[in-house]
Design a protein around this ligand. Structure first.
Ligand code: AMP
Ligand code: ZN
Length: 458
């Protein structure tokens, strides 16, 4: 039985889905206006682990994720520039091209980290009509009002507004009066629809019953999650910074519209830090997965590193720690490569592993079980039987190490290898290195030994 921390109750609870064995899960996805860095990716590995554990436990999981390609303003409180329009200016491209470029970069980073792709990926701009319909429902029920710059949700009409964040409204009022958007009735009210500013042609804008404009950021997640998973579903995930505003607003507008409980379990991931500060673009301390590879690291070492810290704990990133994780993974692979073909399993470790992962996803404990198993005196065939099963959760491709045979090398990799050989003969080493990089991306590394090139899986 999975036990999971629920931000809504601030307790670790027994997980029990609405329609077992089905589980519906919605993950707030990226705003595709710039590169996704390894801080963002920690979150998505966290979601991946949760989903893999649910599957390991026998559930049928449907994961839905959104791609925010409109409406997310620089400030979470309905002010400032649209992140997408800002990104478009920065890179000198249209917003639509920016969205495509960075969605691609995000999906590639996911693949490199062996994160399973969501079952359903929804783009906010594909569901504008549904978002307008949700506002209409809220309007009919009396939750909305109009200001100079948009249609707002009146949070004073939703009595349980602070149930997720547990903030004190009086303190909020005192703190935020100065920067409150003109016309807003309450500090916590938020935009459902923003009008395009007068005299400004936005790259992304749509007609609506209230005037030309674009949807508020929170609205897309309510609309798309309920469309894909129904008005009540099991799990909703995001970064801890989403608790106070984004997820609080999602609950308010979804429950006001449907009259039902929106989500049963709220899962929030802690940040990746660098020297005590959040890894973020504005601080200039970011690395992408691509950067990590350029520096000679295997992206799965990064995955291993993430697994060492509990998802609700802040994690400090250092290259020293990444190096150590890389060595640990290398040692693990070396052990595994010597093992016999898998046969049977070791119940004692299976039980310990199962307990660890189901204890609010205690992956560092699960890794400790892995090492206990590796060092134990059991037959290697049984160790393999157990470990390869655990790897369905760990996602470290450990069985690949064991099963590697010359004939398993994909055709595309062999082609690249031939291309590289040719370039090396012509002494075009720089180009040859680029090919090596491509081969690495496909999960293989090369070693040039005594005039021969040997290929091995990463
Ligand atoms: P941004 O693209 O900076 O707006 O970030 C989008 C979301 O990614 C944030 O709301 C966080 O939930 C998550 N995120 C950003 N930076 C980090 C970090 N350093 N560690 C973990 N999650 C992060
Ligand atoms: Zn969201």
């Amino acid at each position: 039985m999975l036990r999971l921390y629920n931000t809504l109750t601030r307790k670790i609870e027994d997980f029990s889905p609405i329609n077992s064995p089905g589980v519906g899960i919605y993950s707030c996805g990226p705003t595709v206006y710039d590169y996704q860095h390894i801080g963002h990716m920690r979150r998505y590995v966290g979601d991946d682990i949760l989903i893999r554990v649910l599957k390991y436990d026998g559930y049928h999981v449907k994961q839905v994720m959104n791609i925010t390609d409109v409406g997310h303003l620089v400030s979470d409180s309905d002010e400032g520039e649209d992140k997408m329009e800002k990104g478009a200016k920065k890179f000198g491209m249209s917003v639509w091209d920016i969205a495509k470029k960075f969605e691609q970069q995000f999906l590639e980073s996911m693949d490199l980290l062996n994160i399973k792709r969501p079952d359903v990926l929804m783009h906010a701009t594909d569901y504008i009509n549904d978002q307008i319909e949700l506002i209409q429902i809220l309007e009919e029920k009396g939750y909305t009002y109009r200001t100079e710059d948009g249609i707002y949700f009146d949070t004073s009409k939703f009595p349980d507004y602070y149930k997720l964040s547990r903030q004190n409204p009086e303190e909020l009022k005192a703190g935020a009066r100065v920067e409150m958007v003109a016309g807003k009735r309450n500090v916590s009210d938020f935009a459902l629809w923003k009008f395009s500013p007068k005299g400004v042609k936005r790259q992304m804008e749509w007609e609506s019953p209230w005037g030309k404009g674009f949807p508020g950021w929170h609205l897309e997640c309510s609309t798309m999650s309920m469309k894909a998973l129904g008005p009540s579903f099991d799990i909703h995930t995001g970064g801890i910074d989403h608790i106070n505003i984004h997820h609080t607003n999602e609950i308010a507008q979804s429950e006001a519209a449907s009259g039902r409980k929106f989500v049963n379990y709220w899962v929030h991931h802690a940040f990746l830090m660098v020297d005590g500060e959040k890894m973020s673009k504005s601080l200039g301390n970011i690395y992408t997965v691509e950067d990590i590879i350029q520096k000679g690291y295997d992206p799965l070492s990064l995955r291993y590193l993430y697994l060492q810290t509990h998802y609700r704990q802040e994690m400090n990133f250092t290259f020293k720690a990444l190096e150590a994780a890389q060595n640990a993974l290398k040692n693990l692979r070396e052990e595994v490569s010597r093992w016999d073909e898998q046969k049977g399993h070791i119940e004692k470790f299976d039980n310990q592993f199962f307990e660890a992962i189901n204890e609010d996803l205690n992956m560092s404990k699960a890794l400790a079980v892995v090492w206990d198993l590796v060092k134990s005196k059991n037959p290697s065939s049984q160790k393999a039987g157990s470990l390869f099963k655990y790897d369905e959760v760990l996602g470290l491709n450990l069985s690949k190490v064991r099963k590697f045979r010359e004939e398993d090398i994909p055709h595309a990799v062999k082609e690249l290898l031939r291309e590289r050989e040719a370039l090396r003969k012509e002494k075009k080493y720089h180009l040859a290195d680029e090919i090596r990089h491509k081969i690495k991306k496909m999960g293989y590394d090369l070693e040039d030994k005594n005039g021969k090139t040997e290929l091995k899986p990463l």
